[in-house]
Design a protein around this ligand. Structure first.
Ligand code: B12
Ligand code: SF4
Length: 447
C-alpha cells in the first residue's frame, strides 16, 4: 500500500519551516505498519509533486487558510481513483464540509484513530468520520525528521513538548482542538526528538514554552536540553517571565539554546485584551517583561491583531510606535474569526460570508466594523502599509542593534531570516490585493 501525506501551500507561499504534521504522521504510520510505502508532500515547496503522485490513499492536512487548496488537491486525486482522508484543525472544526471533498475525516488528534483508518482503508470500508481522543503524551513517536524532501528545502523542524491550554482567548483555534488541560511529554522523549533533528536550529511548536505555576517543569526541560548543541525559538507568554523564578527560568532557557521568543501580544490595549478574554495576558506589565527577556539575552518578536470590532484606526499607528520604543520586530495580522472559535460565534452576524476560507489568511477584513470609517478596504490597506512599514529595510536593520549581543551571530541571522522572507511575501500579497480589490468588494456586497 502507498500512502501520501500532503500539506497544501500556505497563504504566503513557501516558508523555511517544515509542516510538522507530515513527518509526524509518517512516524505514526510506521508504528502501525512498517511496510506501508510513504510519500510526503509539502505542496508549497514542491508545487508539481501532486501532479506526479501515485498512491492508494492521500492524507491531506488542512488548516483554515489552506482548506480550499487542500480541496482542490483532493479533487485532482479523486479523479484518479485515489481515496482521501482529511485531518488537522480545519477538518476538525468543519468535518461535514471536508467530507464533501473526501472519503473520510479525522476529527481531533490522530493517534487514537490512525490505526483504525489504515485498517479500514485496507478492508475497503473507510468510515466517513473518526473522532480522535485527547490522549496522554507519554508515548508519542519521534517524527521521521529528514524524510520530507522537496524541490525547496525546509530549514526548520518543529518539536512539540506539550498540548492544550487552560486560557480562553476567544480567537484561538488551539484550545478548542487540544483542550483545556496542559498535557506534557516526558522530558527524555523531547531530548530524544531534538537529537533526531538533522538541523542545528529548531522550533518549539507548543502553544507556550512555559506556564504560570509550572516554571519548574520548564527549567527541568531546558536543563535537560543544555547538552543538545542546538539552538531554538518558540512561542511563550510574558506572565512567567516576571514571576519570582523568572530569571532562573530565562537563564536556563538561554543556556539550552533559546535565541528568540515569539509572543502573542494579541491586542495593543488593555481593553482589547479584555474583549478577547485573554486572561493569561491581562494585568501583566508586558513592556517590562519584554525588557527582562532582552536583558537575559533573548530576542523578542510580537504577534498581534488589528482591525477587530473593538479596535480603532489609532491601533495601526500605535503598533509602529511600540515596535520602535521597544526595539522589537512586530508582526500584525487582521483578526481572523476561525471556525470553531468563540470569536466566530460572536462575529457571526457581521461576517462577510461570501469570502471563502482562502481569504482567512490575516490580510483580509472578514467582518463589518461598527466604526463607519473603518471600511474593509481601509482596514486592509492600512494593514499592508503597517506591515510593510514594520518590515522596512531600515527598521529591520535598526532592529539588529537591539538583538542581544550575547546571542550573536545566531539570533541576528535568525532575525533577518524571519523578517526578510515575510517582507517579500507581504509585498507580493499587497500587489495581489490591489489587483483583486474590486472582486473582493463585489463578494462583500453580497452580504
Ligand atoms: C508551527 C506553526 C507554524 C509554523 C509552521 C507552519 C507549517 N509549515 O505548517 C509557521 C510559523 C510557519 C506557521 C505559519 C502560519 N500558521 Co501556524 N502554527 C504553528 C503551531 C504553533 C504549531 C503546529 C505544530 O507544531 N503542530 C504539531 C503537529 C504534530 O500537530 P498538528 O499539526 O496539530 O497535527 C495533529 C492533528 O492535527 C492531526 N493531523 C494533522 N494533520 C493531519 C492530517 C490527517 C490526514 C490526519 C488524519 C490527522 C492530522 O494529527 C496530529 C497528531 O494528533 C500551530 C499552533 C498549535 N499549537 O498547534 C499554529 C497554527 C497551526 N498556525 C496557524 C496559522 C493560521 C498559520 C498561518 C497560516 C497564519 C496566517 N497568516 O494565515 C501562517 C502561515 C504563514 C505563511 N507563511 O503562509 C493556525 C491555524 C488555525 C486554523 N484554524 O487553521 C494555528 C493553529 C495557530 C493559531 N493561533 O490558531 N505556523
Ligand atoms: S493563551 Fe490564548 S491564544 Fe494562546 S493557546 Fe491559550 S487560549 Fe490560545
Amino acid at each position: 500500500m502507498k500512502l501520501a501525506i500532503i500539506f497544501p501551500p500556505l497563504p504566503f507561499g513557501w516558508t523555511p519551516v517544515a509542516p510538522p504534521s507530515l513527518e509526524y504522521i509518517a512516524a505514526l504510520t510506521r508504528r502501525v505498519d512498517p511496510d506501508i510505502e510513504i510519500a510526503l508532500i509539502s505542496a508549497g515547496a514542491d508545487p508539481d509533486a501532486v501532479e506526479r503522485l501515485e498512491c492508494d490513499l492521500a492524507a491531506i492536512s488542512i488548516l483554515t487558510p489552506t482548506a480550499v487548496g487542500g480541496y482542490k488537491i483532493a479533487e485532482k486525486l479523486r479523479a484518479r481513483g485515489i481515496k482521501i482522508v482529511f485531518g488537522n484543525m480545519h477538518a476538525s472544526a468543519m468535518p461535514e464540509e471536508a467530507k464533501q471533498h473526501g472519503d473520510a475525516v479525522v476529527i481531533g488528534e490522530a493517534e487514537s484513530v490512525w490505526p483504525a483508518v489504515l485498517r479500514d482503508f485496507r478492508a475497503g470500508r473507510l468510515k466517513p468520520f473518526y473522532r480522535g481522543d485527547q490522549i496522554s503524551l507519554d508515548d508519542l513517536p519521534t517524527p521521521l525528521y529528514g524524510m520530507l524532501k522537496g524541490k525547496r528545502k525546509h530549514q526548520f523542524r518543529i518539536v512539540n513538548t506539550s498540548r492544550g491550554c487552560p486560557y480562553n482567548c476567544t480567537f484561538c483555534s488551539v484550545k478548542p482542538f487540544y483542550g483545556p488541560r496542559i498535557r506534557f511529554r516526558p522530558i527524555d522523549h523531547v531530548v530524544r526528538d531534538v537529537a533526531a533533528i538533522p538541523e542545528k536550529m529548531y522550533i518549539n511548536g507548543d502553544e507556550n514554552i512555559w506556564w504560570t505555576g509550572k516554571a519548574e517543569r520548564a527549567i527541568d526541560l531546558f536543563t535537560a536540553l543544555k547538552g543538545s548543541g542546538k539552538r531554538w525559538m518558540g512561542f511563550g507568554s510574558l506572565g512567567p517571565v516576571l514571576s519570582p523564578v523568572g530569571s532562573r527560568m530565562l537563564n536556563a532557557a538561554r543556556e539550552s539554546g533559546l535565541l528568540s521568543l515569539w509572543v502573542g501580544w494579541e491586542s495593543l490595549t488593555a481593553d482589547g485584551l479584555k474583549a478577547y478574554s485573554a486572561s493569561g495576558k491581562i494585568g501583566v506589565d508586558r513592556e517590562r517583561a519584554v525588557k527582562t527577556l532582552r536583558d537575559h539575552g533573548i530576542d523578542v518578536s510580537l504577534f498581534y491583531m488589528l482591525g477587530s470590532r473593538h479596535d480603532s484606526m489609532e491601533d495601526f499607528k500605535r503598533s509602529v510606535e511600540i515596535a520602535d520604543r521597544l526595539g522589537v520586530s512586530m508582526h500584525p495580522s487582521l483578526t481572523v474569526p476561525y471556525p470553531g472559535t468563540k470569536l466566530r460565534e460572536q462575529y457571526d452576524a457581521y461576517l462577510y460570508k461570501d469570502l471563502g476560507w482562502e481569504y482567512y489568511n490575516g490580510a483580509y477584513a472578514l467582518f463589518e466594523h461598527p466604526e463607519p470609517d473603518m471600511t474593509p478596504e481601509v482596514r486592509e490597506e492600512r494593514f499592508f502599509e503597517t506591515a510593510l512599514e514594520l518590515l522596512s529595510l531600515g527598521r529591520v536593520l535598526r532592529h539588529m542593534k537591539n538583538v542581544p549581543l550575547r546571542s550573536f551571530p545566531h539570533a541576528h541571522i535568525l532575525s533577518l531570516m524571519s523578517q526578510l522572507p515575510v517582507r517579500h511575501g507581504m509585498k507580493i500579497a499587497y500587489e495581489k490585493w490591489k489587483a483583486e480589490r474590486k472582486l473582493v468588494a463585489e463578494k462583500r456586497r453580497k452580504i
